[in-house]
Design a protein. Structure first.
Ligand SMILES: Cc1cc2nc3c(=O)[nH]c(=O)nc-3n(C[C@H](O)[C@H](O)[C@H](O)COP(=O)(O)OP(=O)(O)OC[C@H]3O[C@@H](n4cnc5c(N)ncnc54)[C@H](O)[C@@H]3O)c2cc1C
Length: 430
């Protein structure tokens, strides 16, 4: 009987376990999870609603929606296991999904439904789930793997299967195949604390630098600090050494220390990598993304001509959130109280420029504890994309965020976890 050990009971690990147990009904499949329950992070996804995939997972979108040292690897993986496969996988555990635009969620609107159905399937298939077990070391003697783990929770009666106890808190598990699905080090409160990287490195796997991604940005001398709490439609462009690296448009949230919101998350990996490489990192903020500079100029000219009795501040109140207005006017050298009709053409140009090309120097990103994912990870050229098997150690598989592939917001990261998990699970069971 084949023994398949999965380290990490997150999205990728659970998908791997279900697939392996379905493919080989005789196999002994077990999950080792250091938290008290499986899928802690899953419950927090999509603001508790779990944006589990995206309808646009195809060749052309992969280049724009996934990043990593070798994007062809992601392409090969997602061609094998794409959107339709994910929907089929979830239908097979009884989950009904619904799409909002291209974003796909459980129809119940609850991430907890997703986890519950996955856990029920693990149980139905007889997968042994050991929670409160932190894996410290995995050894390979050329014949089998020996996993050395520690109990992180008080011993429960079911944590007895196939383990011996050399010391009170140390557990040993043996396996013919190991799937590493420990996640990265984003949001470590949910269990992904970077220990998977150490396990992969212990087998000779090399890493690309790991930085926080899908994360908020801290602005140096933040000119909008006083508008903290405001949400504004804007275009954000990441500039690395003054060269545009990525841009996105949507609702930007101003915070006391910087900027947040989905468009900021989408460009954050470029900023994080720029800062990691000691480059100059800036964000160009366009607060009038729906207008060209000439159109914006015309807009303000019309306001100036039509609202002669109003002050500059009062006129701009028709365009921007009130809290933003002093922050926009100050750098343009205009006072809130001055009459807009008195402003000369250069001052209006100043406002247009200020609104469309606000350059925010970035001091840092928020840390891993606030990031949704990591950019970087285990190098994918050392993993077979058809099986997720390590090219260094036979019988070792890697899946999920541990690898050097990260997606943008929109269900792409969970899609990556399901795809790599299912592929690894299937290959490990053959
Ligand atoms: C707040 C938040 C919201 C998100 N929302 C979305 C979303 O809506 N859509 C989307 O696509 N993506 C979303 N993501 C990203 C997505 O959740 C992750 O990319 C995905 O969960 C990664 O899956 P994984 O299985 O590789 O890793 P994880 O889900 O991190 O699971 C790894 C598991 O391994 C365990 N583990 C780690 N080391 C060890 C060890 N040494 N021993 C034993 N166990 C170990 C951990 O405890 C953890 O349970 C979100 C992330 C966060 C933080």
């Amino acid at each position: 009987m084949r023994r398949i050990g999965i380290i990490g009971g997150g999205a990728a690990g659970i998908a791997a376990a279900i697939t392996a147990a379905r493919k080989d009904r005789q196999a002994h499949v077990f999950i080792l999870e250091q938290k008290e329950k499986t899928g802690r992070k899953l419950l927090a996804t999509g603001n508790g609603r779990c944006n589990l995939t995206n309808r646009q997972i195809d060749g052309s979108c992969i280049k724009n929606c996934y990043h990593g040292g070798n994007i062809r690897f992601a392409d090969e993986v997602l061609k094998q296991f794409g959107y339709e496969d994910t929907i089929r996988f979830f239908a097979s555990v009884g989950l009904v999904t619904k799409a909002r635009g291209d974003y796909v969620y459980p129809r119940s609107g609850q991430a907890s439904t997703v986890l519950e159905l996955l856990n029920l399937e693990l149980k139905r298939l007889g997968v042994k789930v050991f929670c409160g077990i932190r894996v410290r070391l995995v050894l390979w003697d050329g014949r089998e793997f020996c996993v050395r783990a520690e109990e992180t929770l008080p011993e429960k009666s079911d944590v007895k299967h196939r383990c011996t106890e050399p010391k009170e808190t140390v557990k040993i598990f043996e396996a013919d195949r190991i799937i590493l699905a420990c996640g990265g080090k984003a949001a470590p409160a949910f269990g992904s604390d970077g220990s998977g990287y150490e396990l992969a490195k212990s087998f000779g796997h090399r890493m690309t630098p790991v930085v926080p991604a899908l994360v908020q940005l801290k602005v140096k001398g933040h000119p909008f600090a006083r508008a903290s709490g405001v949400r504004a439609d804007a275009r954000v462009t990441a500039l690395i050494d003054r060269v545009p690296a990525a841009e996105d448009t949507g609702e930007v949230q101003i915070t006391a220390y910087g900027i947040s919101g989905i468009p900021v998350f989408q460009i954050s990996r470029h900023i994080a990598l720029g800062l990691y490489r000691k480059k100059r990192a800036e964000v160009l903020l366009d607060l009038l993304p729906e207008y060209t500079e000439a159109e914006a100029f015309g807009l303000f000219e019309r306001i100036a001509a039509g609202c002669a009795d109003l002050t500059v501040g009062e006129c701009l109140a028709g365009v921007f959130n009130q809290k933003l207005i002093p922050c926009i006017l100050k750098p343009a050298g205009l006072r809130m109280q001055s009459k807009l009709s008195e402003s000369d053409i250069r001052q209006i140009q100043g406002i247009v420029k200020q609104c469309k090309r606000i350059c925010l120097p970035i001091q840092d990103t928020n840390g891993f504890e606030n990031a949704q994912v990591c950019a970087g990870g285990v190098r994918t050229d050392e993993v077979n994309p058809r099986t997720m098997e390590s090219k260094r150690v036979k019988g070792l598989y890697l899946a999920g965020e541990l690898l050097d592939v990260d997606g943008i917001c929109g269900g792409y990261n969970l899609q990556w976890a399901w795809a790599t998990g299912c592929i690894a699970g299937e290959a490990a069971s053959l």
